[in-house]
Ligand binder design. Structure first.
Ligand code: FES
Length: 152
């Protein structure tokens, strides 16, 4: 291999590695995680549902646990809210404030959200809680690992 060939391979090979390395590939269809919760157990009261999955960051892999607030609305539709407050990122809790029953409450700066995730006007959060996508497989609830923004 001449100098030209060496230079070409040093430019091309890292790009080929990037294209072929499975760690660097986006994972399609693998975003949904089994929460091990039977959908029949859900009610109209938000329930804290934890789920764990392996998360890759380059060559490093770690077990990540996160949770969602999940309930069935009046139409039987499953709603899975992210607990991450849209103000500065603390975790909200359902029905944890005596003064604000049946709401999500953020203890950091007294942020409030209605049950449907809408932020209460004149409290610190400026946007609704994000939502996880979900699927039901064999009666079990699967949630996406990333919640999506809900436009207010
Ligand atoms: S972080 Fe939730 S109200 Fe500020």
């Amino acid at each position: 291999m001449g100098v030209g060939g060496f230079m070409l391979s040093s430019i091309t090979l890292p790009n080929l590695r990037f294209a072929a390395d499975p760690v660097l590939q986006p994972k399609e269809g693998s975003d949904l995680i089994n929460t091990n919760l039977k959908v029949d157990e859900l009610t109209n009261e938000p329930k804290k549902v934890e789920f764990s999955f392996k998360q890759k960051d380059g060559w490093y892999e770690k077990e990540t646990t996160q949770f969602a607030w999940v309930y069935k609305d009046e139409n039987g539709e499953i709603i899975a809210h992210s607990p991450v407050c849209k103000h500065l990122g603390c975790n909200v809790e359902w029905n944890s404030s005596e003064n604000h029953p049946n709401m999500y409450f953020c203890p950091c700066h007294k942020g409030l959200y209605y049950k449907d995730g809408e932020n209460v006007p004149n409290t610190p959060p400026r946007a609704p809680l994000d939502r996880y996508d979900y699927e039901i497989r064999d009666g079990y609830l699967y949630l996406s690992t990333r919640a999506k923004e809900v436009k207010g």
